[in-house]
Design a protein around this ligand. Structure first.
Ligand SMILES: NC(=O)c1ccc[n+]([C@@H]2O[C@H](COP(=O)([O-])OP(=O)(O)OC[C@H]3O[C@@H](n4cnc5c(N)ncnc54)[C@H](OP(=O)(O)O)[C@@H]3O)[C@@H](O)[C@H]2O)c1
Length: 236
């Protein structure tokens, strides 16, 4: 049985890859062959390349993972885009949808039929639940992921394939480096969260491990908000 981690060379993907590879067989998916090869050698994994701009057919892509039984699929591929609609181009919209929503569709449709008794995990964002200014594009893509996951949870329940989503708020990662580039920006971001801190992979990994495990065997079609309460909590 194997676990697929897509976006394995990113901050969250790499942290999950390091954790799961301690005990499980892992397969990585990414776009940067040099980095993927290095990480796979380090963690004794196999890997395949993904091209979201010129994707091969899902049946072809499925063959890039040789393992017959896939126990877990975690898609950490994603992007951020903080501009209002009028400041964004058509290409920006297409890119955000492609990287976030299309990648999730593509990976699940490639591997779902090999995932009986498995668990698929996708990443949304607090911006899908809370209306945040300048987040229209990413909110559209991540809301799509949440909706698709609920429907897929229904479609594949008969195979006991569970499909869930983790929706973080801002986390310390490659993606957020620019946003958190000054001490003032970090303090402002912290102060927006009822539990005042920036997220990091230590907030995400326990949730990923739980969603992959039998401890969550009756959980499917859910979005788990890992956001210090930002999406739904208003302290006095
Ligand atoms: N960080 C945050 O504040 C935050 C907040 C809410 C939600 N999220 C979500 O959490 C997930 C993990 O993100 P992260 O924080 O770990 O960010 P990250 O370190 O930037 O990781 C993003 C991953 O996406 C991959 N990627 C981006 N564009 C791609 C493309 N065109 N084709 C293939 N792969 C592509 C990157 O590949 P390379 O390694 O080759 O660059 C990287 O592996 C994402 O879905 C993100 O949207 C993050």
């Amino acid at each position: 049985m194997t676990y697929i981690i897509a976006g394995a060379t990113g901050t969250t993907g790499k942290a999950i890859a390091k954790e799961l590879s301690k005990t499980e067989t892992v397969h990585f998916i990414g776009r940067d062959e040099l980095q993927l090869k290095q990480l796979s050698e380090e963690l004794n994994a196999t890997y395949s390349l993904i091209d979201l701009d010129n994707p091969v057919d899902t049946k072809e892509f499925q063959k890039t993972v040789e393992h017959e039984e896939i126990k877990g699929l975690i898609n950490c591929i994603g992007s951020i885009h903080l501009k209002p609609l009028h400041g964004s181009t058509i290409q920006d919209f297409r890119d955000v949808i492609n990287i976030n929503l299309f990648s999730s569709y593509y990976l699940l449709s490639s591997f779902a039929r090999k995932m009986t008794n498995g668990s698929a995990i996708f990443f949304s964002s607090v911006a899908a639940t809370k209306g945040l200014s300048n987040h229209e594009l990413i909110s559209a893509a991540k809301s799509g992921i949440e909706g698709m996951a609920r429907s897929a949870a229904a479609s594949y329940a008969k195979d006991n394939l569970r499909v869930n989503v983790i929706a973080p708020s801002i986390m310390d990662s490659n993606m957020s480096q620019k946003i958190l580039s000054s001490e003032a920006a970090v303090e402002l971001s912290k102060s927006m969260h009822p539990i005042s801190k920036i997220g990091d992979t230590s907030d995400i990994i326990p949730v990923v491990k739980w969603l992959l495990s039998d401890d969550s065997k009756w959980i499917t079609g859910q979005t788990i908000h890992v956001d210090g309460g930002f999406s739904t909590v208003k302290p006095r």
